[in-house]
Every structure is written in C-alpha cells, then in structure tokens.
Design a protein around this ligand. Sequence first.
Ligand code: B12
Length: 458
Amino acid sequence: MILLMTTAPPSNAPWFHGKRLPPLGLMYIAASLEQAGHEVQMLDNYLMQQSIEEVQRLVLNLQPAIVGITCGSATYKKCVETARAIKQVVPGCKVVVGGWHASYMPESLLETLEIDYAIMGEGERAIVELASFIVKEDYLGASTVAGVASRSSAGVIKNEPKFMNMDELPFPARHLLPLEKYDRNIEFLKAKPADIMSISRGCTFSCGFCETTKLWGNINRQFSPQRVMAEVNHLVETYGTRGIYFINDNFTMRKNQTVDFCDLLIKSNLDLEWVCDTRVDLVNQEVLNKMASAGCKTIWFGIESGSQKVLNHINRHITLEQIEAAYKMCRKAGIKVACSFMLGMPSETRADLMTSYRFADKLNSDWCQFNVFIAYPDSPLWREMLKTGQYTQLDDFLYSYKTEEFDYDELMRIQKQFFKNYHRAPKRILQRIQREGVLNFAKRQLRLTSSSDNAGMA
Ligand code: B12
C-alpha cells in the first residue's frame, strides 16, 4: 500500500495562515495511483497536526511500500523531520517528496538520505511510473522516470518533467480525506458547503514573486469545459456542494473556454455560487456578464501594489488604469471584488507603501488583504534579494525585503496598521453592514477587535 501525506504546518511562523483547505494536488496523486491499481491511504497532517510519534505509529501499522509527502518551502523542515522519523520505524519503505519545494529545489531535499526520490512538477504520471519500478525493486529504472530527481554516484540526476493531457486526469480522490473537517465555507460566498476545484495548470505570465513556471512550465493547460462540468456535477451529487472556489492562477486565461463552461453551468440549472482568481487584463465586459449569469459572485485580483514603478519592477505587466477599468466592469456585471496587496517588495519605499494604501482605499474592494511579501525560492525577486543582500532571513529558504526604511517586523507593524485603518474607514463599515446586516456586522466587530491580524478578511 502507499501512504500519501502532508506535513504539519509551520504553526509558530508569524506568516502562517491557518486556512484549512484540502490538498488538491495530493488528492490527484492518490486518484492516479488508485487508477493504476494501488491501495492508497492519505493523511493531511497539515490539518490533523499529528505528532511525529503518532505518524510513526501509523506508518508502523500500515507498513507502506511507499510514503509520498507534499513539501512546500515553508514546510521543508517538517518534511525532512517526517522522512527521518518514517525511515526510523519502516527502513524498507521508499520516501518520495513532491510539490512546490521539490519542484524548485529538489537537491535540497535529496541532501537528506531518508528521502529517496523528489518529483518535480506535475506528479500524476511520474508517481505511477515510479511506483511501478519501486514495487519491482527496479531502482535503476526508477531513476529514469520523467520528472524524478534522485541521487547517483555522479550526483543528483534530474529528469525533465513531462506534462499530461488534462482531461486524462481522474477526479481528485476526495473520498480519501474527511472533507467535513475542512473549511467548507468561502468568505466571498453565502452558499454552503463550498469546496475548491482546479480547472487549469500553469501561467504564461512571469511575475517576479511567482515561481509557478517551475512547476507547470510557462504554458497554460486547461480541462475541457465538459470535464470541468463533470467534476462540478460530481461535487454536487457526492458532497452536496453549493459553492465552489476555482483556485487557479487565472480563471479567464482563455475567455472562449470560460464562456463555454459558463454556458454549460447555466444549462445545468444547478444554481451554484462560485468565486475565482484572475488578472485584471484577462477580463472584458462580455465575459464578466456571462460569468455573473452563471453564478460567479466574486473575483479575486492580485493587485500587489498601487505604485506603477513597483508593478513594473515586479514584472506584473499591469497598469493602474487597467485595474480601475476591471473594477468598473465587475461592478457593472454585479460581481464583487476581492483583492490582495503585498507590502515590502524589492524597489519599494515607505512612500510606495502609502501609495498602495491610498490606492486600496480608492478601489474600495469588497474584500482587501494586505500581505507582507515573503520571497519563496526560486522566484526572480528571491534571486534579486539574495544578490543585493537586502533581506531578513525568516526560515531556511524564506526571505523578507529589508531597506533603511523598514525590515520584517516594521512591515508586520505597517500591515496591522493598514488592516485597522482600512477596515475602520466609514465607507468600509457601510459596505459590510450592507453585505452582512447590522447584527452579523456587530458580532464580527467584536471578534475582530479581539484579533487584529489579517487572517480573516473583514
Ligand atoms: C490551495 C493552496 C493552499 C491550500 C492547500 C495546500 C495543499 N496542500 O494543496 C492551503 C490553504 C492549505 C495552503 C497553505 C499554504 N500555502 Co498555498 N497554495 C495553494 C494554491 C493556491 C493552489 C495549490 C493547488 O491546489 N494547486 C493545484 C494542484 C493540482 O497542484 P499542486 O498542489 O501543485 O500539486 C501538484 C504538484 O505540486 C505535485 N505534488 C504535490 N504534492 C505532491 C506530493 C507527492 C508525493 C508527489 C509525487 C507530487 C506532488 O503533483 C500535484 C499534481 O500534479 C497554490 C498556488 C498555485 N496556484 O499553485 C498556493 C501555494 C502552493 N501556497 C504557497 C504558500 C506559500 C502557502 C503557505 C506557506 C501560506 C501561509 N502563509 O501559510 C501555506 C503553507 C503551505 C505548505 N504546506 O508549505 C506557495 C508555495 C510556495 C513554496 N515555494 O512552497 C504557493 C505556490 C503560492 C505561491 N505562488 O507562492 N495553500
């Protein structure tokens, strides 16, 4: 049997946000292995937060031939610790690490001898091929699988990943995880229960803070509208889903596919509510009107900065005018807007931070989040900061931008101030009372005054 797991979260890290969303990527891995005939069990320890000893007891009891672990740069330490603990109790099993950090820095994982393989990029095909070699104990064959990185006498061998045709992918194995234990409510939607889904992989843009191209290449692949509709029906019939958050970088990357999917959703009369992420330069009035009539309630835009100079420096290829135009079109279509700004990106000054705050105030989004920028490996901004030395090191691979004017602690202080000022502005209070009603608003105010961080959007 094969055990697939996430590690416990870096809970004491100030930037850790405790959102409880299911590990979609790992559920795709599980579904592909089940489809190939393997017996699979999953442990989302990011949610369950079991101790290392409890994980060891589970592994001892299951005696898996393979343990697959998702590793983000923020959970690198936990991943290494977990691999060592597993090998202590079941030395014969093979530990395979995949996910974001494994795709960006596989060598750093293979430094730990208890980790046998790292899978870079899309994992479904690679894990199925790797598992077939491992069960045959053909380790030479295993080291030849596309997307696999492994140790050899000549150092780390990294095989170029291969991508699949999206519609060949099975539905994520949601049946292997206790869905009821997750946040099945999305703050931008009234409909409950609400679940997450993925409709595409990869982004053709190259923003300086993002390293997704190392995971999915610089191409965008999409499920066909029919395939997306089939999974929506599956969610509704099997899990009673009433709301969906499409968690992809750019939902409207291909407007014709977006319109076709909306037509299918409208014809289905499922009357679902949904939210998605996209870029302001990937929308127009026609596609927004269609999305609204298909149940889209909110769009999340990554605005990042209110300074054109900073937007250019982070290679965002967006203008402030485009942002305001997209907001106008969303309002006209009746779609609410959620947005996020990042504070403390390379080239940014204290004055730029104030410019971002004023722009956020002017946009008056329905939801607005200010995040202190953390550089993740191996993004262009991460490399720039290492080169200039202008950083505070937060963790093994995580850095925050540092200048004469501010460092990480000062940025966290500014974030809290922005959060308070923004949500205490009269027009925001009015906005929330209109959205939630006086009673709910009063209840939330009480809760918010007790916790002033950014965890929950106001
Ligand atoms: C949903 C989401 C979450 C959810 C669920 C996470 C999960 N386990 O899936 C929650 C809310 C829990 C979460 C938490 C955090 N997240 Co998050 N999250 C995302 C998001 C928006 C979508 C991920 C997703 O579902 N992708 C679609 C699926 C299909 O792809 P996938 O998960 O990458 O999985 C594929 C491959 O990676 C691989 N794979 C993944 N796991 C495994 C395991 C094995 C064994 C194998 C073989 C292969 C494999 O195969 C999968 C299928 O092909 C991404 C942004 C993005 N668009 O990718 C950010 C993203 C992954 N998150 C990120 C971050 C920083 C965080 C947090 C640190 C945020 C915080 N401040 O607390 C935490 C901690 C994450 C961690 N574990 O380290 C970064 C990771 C960067 C990095 N270098 O690690 C991303 C890339 C955003 C960004 N652009 O920076 N996140």
